[in-house]
Design a protein around this ligand. Structure first.
Ligand code: 26V
Length: 829
């Protein structure tokens, strides 16, 4: 080592990334010069930092090339505004994208380090709740891979999604201090900072031309400071940017407090103003209407629009053609304040007249809806908006005035329609953000065929009528680079061996895999890889929970946020039912199963937390009952996140996608599982429907009520009591849970679960679907007993997942929504 260090430090800083020896020298040099550690005593953490900084150097170099080429081409840029990005760890992704995994592995090995162990040192940036944030990350990957000029804007939360432990069977939340040891990937741009204003009042006056102008004065300002994360695509010359904003007190703030002479109070207030980017709200199901959340939303919208406009004005001068050069995608309504903010900037700051500004605005924005649940649709109290963003409230009223004028014209005399379409909910005195986003956008899209249909027919029918062609569908997708190539390299290699590498950037190429389903040797290798992935998952489970599971058993997996509509409870009912049958010896040819459930509950969502507790109580009883121990195990996998998904998904045989029909907008986990060779048991909900159409009815286990049947049943008056009286097995299971069989020390623990199923009418039809679910699970068992038949279907699932690539989603957005073409920078760079 001594000699190595000496040589490396004598050498040049520049590294040839295709030569392991050069990388090794580079690593030593970065270790000394950037990390500031002696290579002779460095541990995995330090080697991670040295490697990350080295890769960061390449990112920066290549990124500059991309920027120059983009300015040169003056292409329309796409900005993806999202409060959440769940990017997953960066290191392995960059290595895969640059094709450097093997050389870097070799270089580290020569330094006595293992790449996988080093990669584990990186914290998983948990800047999102679930599907919506992960989708944003998949989209950035697809845009960069296919050379679209797409950039992300979000918030650099100091604390991301809480980390979850299970104590006494219950969820405990811990702060996610992911920046504690620094973030080697970010470029902090102290000079890219914009003031964001709050509160204050409006003064209107006539300018020299006699036009009415309004100014927003006496505001309290906070600075937004940019940090950039570089986004690489697979084998792509493009490096895109994800710009995340941090809140900092303005100098102004400092000065005022200093002059007031109360130093300690001044510093305290300064800190409060910086809480804006402190923490991610860990809810994805109910809107609380908290002022801090509203401020977060405006903070990131305002900073992003200022930045977008500043960039535009570097090359252009006419604000009335802004929409020709940019498109802004709103990821749900969280950034919907961008609509009035754009109007304010165009009218109040840049002096455009109202109609022209409105035209530019509506041609710029597009909005993606991600939920049908009424309690997740954002609305803000008028009083709060008036206090926090008085000018925006006025602008919203002006927009609404013109909008209602058109509604009256289109639906004359229909007062009900007028009331429903107004941006203002008069009853609750709140502003409806989805309405605002729809009115202010050129296109609105749902995220799966069923979801888009329900949006058009049930949620916003009058909007759909008034704006034909505005509502479009773009079914979600996932990036095969992270969700196959990176997380399941063995399967990736097997596929490439069989059909070549085209699938990595064109997932439709997987079709060529179909004939392999009939190839016995291929099936054998496919099964061997699944087994190895199950062993890896088994080891992860043992590490996390201490439970030992059998990789030969069927791995039956449900991982996602815990929510009533996702029906983890239905899963538990089936598990308990199975337990009863096994104990009573009522199963003739039992199939050993390991049921794995993971996910976080929103901290304030009592019932979701009770479901976690129930899973753990049931697991404890079953796992300690020796009479079933070879046949049934139940695991609650704590702290489900992107990194644990990367281990969990490749190890699954069965993918549980069992939401009540008409509630899950799309789902994306469903796609990841099938792509990794799991079979799906699922309802006709979200993208499950499209998955079924692709893989074929014989290759998926569909059960339960359809959306129409759910609505019809409810309309006719659904009675959960009647269901349970007609099904003694179900009654037995429910009685066991509600009477304390799994928790004799506190028998009424699950009172609330009984209440939601009966007194509150089983809103999500858990009981109604139970019998069909059990029947489908029996079909699953039967098939699993024939490993060859199972493998055939699993291979066909993989082969038919082509359409569920986020590449396809992005090409669709580009063509139908943004009207952009990929750039071709391959020659330029
Ligand atoms: C809602 C809220 C409500 C206020 C507090 C913070 C917060 C944060 C996120 C959300 C969004 C919930 C919507 C969501 O995540 N939808 C999921 O989007 C996925 C990607 O389109 C889709 O696959 C899932 O089906 C859908 O549930």
């Amino acid at each position: 080592m001594d000699q190595l260090v000496k040589e490396a430090l004598e050498g040049e800083f520049r590294v040839n990334m295709h030569d392991a020896d050069s990388i090794r020298r580079g690593l030593i040099s970065y270790m000394v010069r950037v990390v500031g550690h002696d290579p002779r005593s460095a541990g995995t953490r330090q080697w991670f930092m040295a490697l990350a900084h080295m890769i960061k150097g390449i990112l920066s170099e290549r990124g500059m090339g991309t920027s120059r080429a983009q300015y040169g081409q003056d292409t329309r840029r796409i900005y993806y505004l999202s409060m959440e990005f769940l990017t997953g760890r960066r290191l392995m992704k960059h290595l895969v994208d640059f094709g450097l995994t093997d050389t870097v592995r070799e270089a580290l090995e020569s330094l006595g380090q293992d790449l996988d162990t080093v990669a584990e040192e990186e914290p998983d940036p948990a800047l999102g709740n679930g599907g919506l944030g992960r989708l944003a990350a998949c989209f950035l990957d697809s845009m960069a891979t296919h050379q679209y000029p797409g950039h992300g804007y979000g918030i650099r939360y100091e604390f991301g999604m809480f980390s979850q432990t299970i104590e006494d069977g219950q969820q405990v939340e811990h702060p996610d201090n992911w920046l504690r040891r620094g973030n080697p990937w970010e470029f902090v741009r102290h000079s890219v900072a914009y003031p964001v204003r709050f509160h204050g009042r409006i003064v209107c006056f006539r300018d020299e031309q006699g036009r009415e102008r309004c100014e927003w004065v006496d505001t309290q300002d906070i600075n937004a400071v940019a940090s950039d994360l570089k986004i690489t695509g697979y084998d792509s010359p493009i490096i895109s940017n994800l710009r995340l904003w941090t809140a900092r007190a303005t100098n102004d703030f400092d000065l005022r407090f200093f002059n007031e002479g109360n130093y300690i109070e001044a510093v305290k207030d300064k800190t409060t103003s910086e809480t804006l980017s402190k923490v991610l709200y860990p809810m994805d199901s109910t809107v609380l209407g908290q002022e801090l959340r509203l401020k977060q939303e405006y903070f990131f919208v305002s900073a992003s629009l200022q930045d977008i406009i500043a960039r535009y004005l570097r090359v252009h001068s006419d604000m009335s053609t802004l929409h020709k050069k940019i498109a802004i995608q709103l990821n749900d309504t969280h950034p919907a304040l961008a609509v009035p903010e754009m109007m304010r900037l165009l009218v109040d700051v840049h002096g455009l007249d109202w109609d022209k500004a409105w035209h530019v605005t509506r041609e710029t924005f597009c909005y993606t809806n991600h939920t049908l649940l009424p309690e997740a649709l954002e609305t803000w109290p008028i009083g709060m908006l008036e206090h926090v963003l008085p000018r925006h409230l006025e602008i919203i009223y002006l927009i609404n005035h013109d909008h209602l004028q058109q509604v009256r014209f289109r639906f004359p005399g229909e007062m009900d329609v007028l009331r429903r379409m107004s941006l203002v909910d008069e009853e609750t005195q709140r502003i409806r953000m989805a309405h605002l986003a729809i009115v202010g956008s050129k296109r609105v899209n749902g995220v799966a065929a069923l979801h888009t249909r329900l949006l058009r027919e049930k949620v916003f029918p009058e909007f759909d009528e008034m704006y034909p062609g505005k509502f479009v569908n773009v079914t979600n997708g996932v990036t095969q680079r992270r969700w196959l190539l990176q997380c399941n390299p063995e399967l990736g290699a097997l596929i490439s061996q069989a059909i070549g590498e085209a699938w990595k950037t064109d997932l439709m190429a997987l079709r060529d895999l179909e004939p392999m389903a009939e190839d016995a040797a291929f099936r054998e290798r496919f099964n061997a890889i699944k087994l190895a992935n199950k062993e890896r998952l088994g080891a992860h489970i043992a590490g996390q929970t201490g439970l030992v599971v059998d990789p030969a058993s069927m791995f039956d997996v449900q991982v996602k946020r815990i929510h009533e509509y996702k029906r983890q409870l239905l899963n538990v009912l089936h598990v308990v039912h199975r337990y009863v049958l096994l104990r009573e010896g009522r199963v003739t040819a039992p199939v050993p199963r390991t049921v794995i459930i993971g996910g976080k509950a929103a901290p304030g969502y009592y019932l979701a937390k009770q479901i976690i507790r129930l899973i753990n109580d049931v697991a404890l009883t079953i796992n300690n009952d020796r009479s079933v121990s070879d046949l049934l195990k139940v695991v609650f996998l704590p702290n489900y996140n992107v990194s644990s998904a990367e281990i969990t998904i490749p190890g699954a045989n069965l993918s549980e996608q069992i939401s009540t029909a008409g509630t899950e907008a799309s789902g994306t986990g469903n796609m990841k599982f099938a792509l990794n060779g799991a079979l799906t048991i699922g309802t006709l909900d979200g993208a499950n429907i499209e998955i079924k159409e692709e893989v074929g009815d014989d290759n998926i286990f569909i059960f339960g009520l359809t959306t129409e049947q759910v609505m019809e049943t409810k309309r006719r008056g659904y009675n959960p009591w009647r269901v349970i009286e007609g099904n003694p097995d179900l009654k037995r299971v429910v009685d066991m849970i509600t009477s304390g069989f799994f928790n004799p020390q506190q028998v009424n623990r699950y009172h609330a679960i009984g209440e939601t199923l009966f007194e509150r009418g089983d809103q999500y039809m858990v009981l109604a679907d139970f019998a069909a679910y059990v029947e489908a699970q029996n079909r699953v068992d039967e098939l699993f007993q024939d490993p060859d038949a199972w493998a055939r279907k699993a291979i066909l699932n993989v082969a038919r997942m082509g359409t569920f690539s986020s590449d396809r989603s992005i090409h669709t957005y580009a063509r139908d929504i943004w009207g952009v073409e990929p750039m071709d920078l391959t020659a330029t760079l």
